[in-house]
Structure formats: structure tokens, C-alpha cells
Design a protein around this ligand. Sequence first.
Ligand SMILES: [Zn+2]
Ligand SMILES: [Zn+2]
Length: 159
Amino acid sequence: MEKAKVKLPLFGGCLCGEVRYSLSGAPLLVHVCHCHDCQSISGSAYSLTVLVPAAALTLTGPLETFTRTTARGREVRNAACAHCRAGLTSNDVARPDFTALRAGTLDDASWAVPIAQTFVRSAIPWAVIPGIEQVEPKEFNYVNLSAAWRATAPVFSSV
Ligand SMILES: [Zn+2]
Ligand SMILES: [Zn+2]
């Protein structure tokens, strides 16, 4: 079967429209996280996250950031629109080359199919997604999961 094609750049933004972004490079990984932090940040059952190369993402507009240290000792910086407060990205401060983008902020996230779900132990029970691999947090290997996701993902191309 021929792979679907998705045109770059991809566009997205916040609720009020003051912050917009464009993604000029192919995403690296789409996954679901059921941890309580993600439940709190999203205000919903889980987060759907698109990992992208930080250099490929350009944001414009009034951003506000909030940095906190997670229970596992990672420093994470979240960015939101300063006007409508919609959350857009998270960055692991120790890994500045990668940005986690909230999939729901994309203008079109129809291609964003997760390859894995993690922190399933803290999932809201009905929200565990059938047919999506469950990965323990300590077995969550970004390199391997990214390779697996890219093997099934559409072809991202600017032409
Ligand atoms: Zn906004
Ligand atoms: Zn999480």
C-alpha cells in the first residue's frame, strides 16, 4: 500500500489565534501519555503529543512559559499563549533539540496516529486505547519508538 502524503509546512496555533506556528520538518513520534501531569495540563483524559525537531518549529505571537520539575526530576518548560492560555508546547530543558507539540493545536491532526501509550497505570480506565501498544515509562525509548512510528507514518514533504 502506498503511504499517505502530508504537505509541509504544517500549521497550528492557539485558541484565540494570536499565537501561530509552522512546522517545516517531519515529525518524529506521536504518542499518548496517561500520566497525571498530562491529564492536568490537558484538562482531559490524556495527552496526544507530537515530538518534533525544535529547529523545525517556528512560533509567532505572545508566548508565556512556565517551568517546573517533574516527580522524576526532569525540568520541563511549557509554553502557552499569553492571551488565551492555550498550551502549545513542552520542552525537556535538558534536551533542547526536541519539542513536544500538543497534537490538538494542529490545524489538521488527522495524520497524527499514536504508536504507543505510556503511564497506562494512571490512565482513566475507559481511556486506555485498544490496539495501541502499551509501554512502561521506564521502557519508553524515544529512538526506537520514533523509528517504529516513522515506518508507519505518512510521507512528509514540502513539494
Ligand atoms: Zn491565544
Ligand atoms: Zn505525561
